[in-house]
Design a protein around this ligand. Structure first.
Ligand code: UDP
Length: 230
């Protein structure tokens, strides 16, 4: 019995996720079936190796002998992640989740398959998160947050309590969300983009890009106004 685990994407994020996965697997009971970790990337070349691991195209991964195979898609772009997750589903390959050993999770956290929780991530209490969530290093999600599918947190995102984030939203490094309330959560719409360092104090419409402190929509007028402000 051999289990094959693949990290889809060998660029920046994939190479950060692989070692976390390797330690996760090392922590499994001694009598577990032997595991192998490989990369999948559509840009793979024949016989390619990366950091001591085989690199496969999706088809060569499917053809590699194994009794069980699973994938996690470690690519920050939500649209690509969705497309590749769908490719795996169609081929009958399930997603697995990666979680660093030092992730802190408090009470009643629900999280979908295919998620990646990097080192130093904290999820507090009463949180619901969809599938394929990426929380990069040092990010946190506080109480009563609701996060959709394919949401990406870059490093050190500060998501305070009662914030709702729609599917496929991208949250840049160090962004801060003001806490909402149970009756009026702070809402970030589907596919929204929050720039690095933004301080989000108001709802963000679906598909919008916001930046700055306090965060405003990314328009030429707002950019010029912020530049004048120094
Ligand atoms: N990629 C892929 N199939 C796709 C789209 C992208 O295998 O349909 C790979 C691409 O070759 C690259 C990686 O995904 O190696 C994405 O890398 P990028 O640096 O853009 O993303 P990040 O690692 O920052 O999430």
């Amino acid at each position: 019995m051999k289990r094959l685990f693949a990290v889809y994407g060998f660029s920046g994020f994939g190479r950060e996720v692989c070692p976390v996965l390797q330690s996760q697997l090392e922590g499994q009971p001694r009598d577990s079936a032997p595991c192998e970790v490989v990369y999948i990337d559509d840009a793979a070349t024949d016989g390619q190796m990366l950091n001591g691991l085989e690199v496969h195209t999706f088809n060569s991964f499917l053809n590699k002998p194994a009794d069980e195979r699973q994938v996690v898609v470690a690519i920050a772009d939500a649209a690509i992640r969705q497309k590749l997750t769908h490719r795996c589903e169609q081929a009958g390959v399930p997603q697995f989740s990666v979680r660093a050993e030092n992730v802190v999770e408090l009470d009643n956290v629900e999280i979908g398959e295919g998620s990646i929780l990097c080192p130093f991530v904290t999820l507090t209490s009463d949180i619901k998160i969809g599938k394929s969530f990426h929380a990069n290093i040092y990010s946190y999600v506080a109480h009563d947050c609701v996060i959709g599918d394919y949401v990406t947190f870059a490093p050190r995102v500060n998501c305070n309590g009662n914030v709702h984030i729609g599917d496929c939203a991208y949250i840049g490094t160090g962004a801060v969300f003001k806490q909402g309330t149970p009756r009026r959560p702070l809402v970030v719409g589907k596919g929204a983009v929050v720039a690095a360092g933004a301080v989000v104090t108001k709802n963000v419409p679906a598909g919008a890009t916001v930046f700055g402190n306090p965060a405003v929509p990314l328009t030429r007028a707002n950019l010029e106004a912020r530049r004048d402000r120094g």
